[in-house]
Design a protein around this ligand. Structure first.
Ligand code: FMN
Length: 185
């Protein structure tokens, strides 16, 4: 079972990179999935530029074909996401919009970070959007409020709550990815 961790922030100096690296390390240690990082900054997807609706899969751009292969080859996802104005970053919205069937019947968990909210409002908006792809969003999540207090020289230093939340979310993701596999055919 392959888990793709999507790093949603593409800003210069983003905190998301340190948090995603921490999560990938922990997920690898847990061993529930084969884990890959999909960094939206590196992938540099153009703002949706395909002529046809993604449901038709008539992709003309190599960038879309690459993204389709990554998403289509995954059994589960974790979105590592900040909160921008109470919602998910535009790069994540765009990555979601760019393909369609590749997301369907797959579970998604969230590692969110921010100020007092720990990115929770962003996760709520993501949940609304992912159900349009027939994805299953996890209740179990890793929320990181006041993440700035946990950054040391660019490295994210988790606390006990985060450490405990990771395996709980991963185990639930695994359960759902097994169950949904039957729908994926
Ligand atoms: C455009 C923008 C909007 C933001 N809105 C929120 C917000 O609604 N809630 C919040 O907790 N933090 C907000 N922040 C602060 C972010 O939590 C902080 O900048 C964080 O580092 C963003 O993640 P990143 O560095 O990985 O991009 C916002 C930051 C930006 C750049």
């Amino acid at each position: 079972m392959k888990l793709t961790v999507v790093l949603a922030s593409v800003r210069e100096g983003r905190a998301g990179e340190a948090i995603a690296r921490w999560f990938v390390t922990r997920a690898n240690e847990r061993g529930t999935f084969d884990v890959e990082l999909a960094d939206l900054k590196e992938l540099n997807l153009p703002i949706l530029n395909e002529p046809d609706h993604p449901r038709l899969k008539k992709y003309v751009h190599d960038s879309t074909k690459r993204w389709s292969a990554i998403v289509g080859g995954s059994d589960a996802f974790v979105f590592v996401t900040p909160e921008y104005n109470y919602t998910i970053p535009p790069a994540l919205v765009n990555a979601l919009d760019t393909v369609y069937h590749e997301w369907t019947y797959k579970p998604v968990g969230f590692v969110s970070y921010g100020g007092a909210s720990g990115g929770m409002r962003s996760v709520q908006t993501a949940k609304l959007m992912v159900t349009g792809f027939k994805m299953m969003p996890m209740v179990e999540a890793v929320n990181i409020p006041f993440y700035t207090q946990l950054m040391e020289n660019g490295v994210f230093k988790s606390n006990e709550l985060h450490d405990k939340a990771v395996p709980v979310m991963l185990d639930e993701l695994r359960r759902w990815s097994e169950a949904l596999k039957t729908l994926r055919g």
